[in-house]
Design a protein around this ligand. Structure first.
Ligand SMILES: CC(C)(COP(=O)(O)OP(=O)(O)OC[C@H]1O[C@@H](n2cnc3c(N)ncnc32)[C@H](O)[C@@H]1OP(=O)(O)O)[C@@H](O)C(=O)NCCC(=O)NCCS
Length: 206
């Protein structure tokens, strides 16, 4: 993975940035940023439905236990500009990216009241497809990642990823991630990631 010569404390346009590990009290804001930032990603449209309001609500229900799981089993990083959380990134430590039966049950319970059965089935198919692609070798599993729309293309996603890569590199470990957007694949390539496979998941190129 690559290093980066610019200051770790500023976005590309000089916006002062503080990137740090998030605390439990930051998690509601983290979920809100991810829900806003990832609402229109193609897999989320397929899984949670075409109506943007329904999709947002269902995605928030899905992300709540997921973000808490990532936080408990790895790290959530946050980018703060003048005290405001504007971007977040999760990373799960090696060996923990396949939740156990109890954790899956907890996810299902959190989802049940607000997510219709058809979406639940699609979530199951989606996550099973991803799990079947998971490399057997130990790896940090990266994601979710989002930057608030008003702050995009200012190097904040890159800063978060670089911090994440530094952490992974400090263990001389491998990192793995999935994306459903070609544009993001290009972004990750610039950070030293290599494309391992390209497959449709629920019909979405991933
Ligand atoms: C992906 C994401 C986190 C990138 O965050 P960001 O702060 O905008 O990223 P950066 O400013 O560091 O961009 C780095 C580079 O990625 C590429 N890139 C990122 N978004 C792009 C876009 N919408 N169009 C074209 N290139 C883009 C560019 O090469 C960019 O560098 P440049 O601005 O110098 O051309 C952000 O677009 C986002 O929140 N997207 C929605 C959620 C999502 O898809 N998350 C990832 C799931 S896998």
């Amino acid at each position: 993975m690559t290093g980066h010569p610019a200051s770790p404390n500023r976005a590309d346009d000089g916006l002062p940035l503080d990137i740090r590990a998030l605390m439990p009290g930051d998690l509601p804001a983290t979920i809100a940023i991810l829900t806003q930032g990832m609402r229109d990603n193609p897999l989320h449209v397929t899984v949670f439905g075409a109506d943007p309001m329904d999709r947002r609500h269902r995605l928030a229900r899905f992300l709540d236990p997921l973000v808490r799981y990532v936080h408990a089993n790895g790290m959530m990083l946050g980018a703060f500009a003048q005290g405001e959380l504007i971007g977040v990134l999760g990373m799960i430590r090696p060996g923990r990216c396949r939740p156990g039966a109890m954790e899956r049950l907890r996810f299902a319970r959190a989802l049940l009241p607000g997510v219709p059965p058809a979406s639940l089935l699609r979530i199951h198919r989606w996550l099973s497809a991803w799990a079947s692609n998971d490399p057997p070798a130990p790896h940090w599993h990266i994601g979710p990642l989002a930057v608030l729309p008003d702050y995009r293309r200012r190097g904040i996603g890159r800063r978060l990823m670089l911090r994440c890569c530094q952490h992974v590199d400090s263990f001389a470990a491998m990192a793995w991630l999935e994306t459903d957007l070609e544009i993001n694949a290009g972004f990750y390539r610039t950070l030293g990631f290599e494309l391992v496979s390209k497959k449709p998941v629920l019909g979405v190129p991933t």
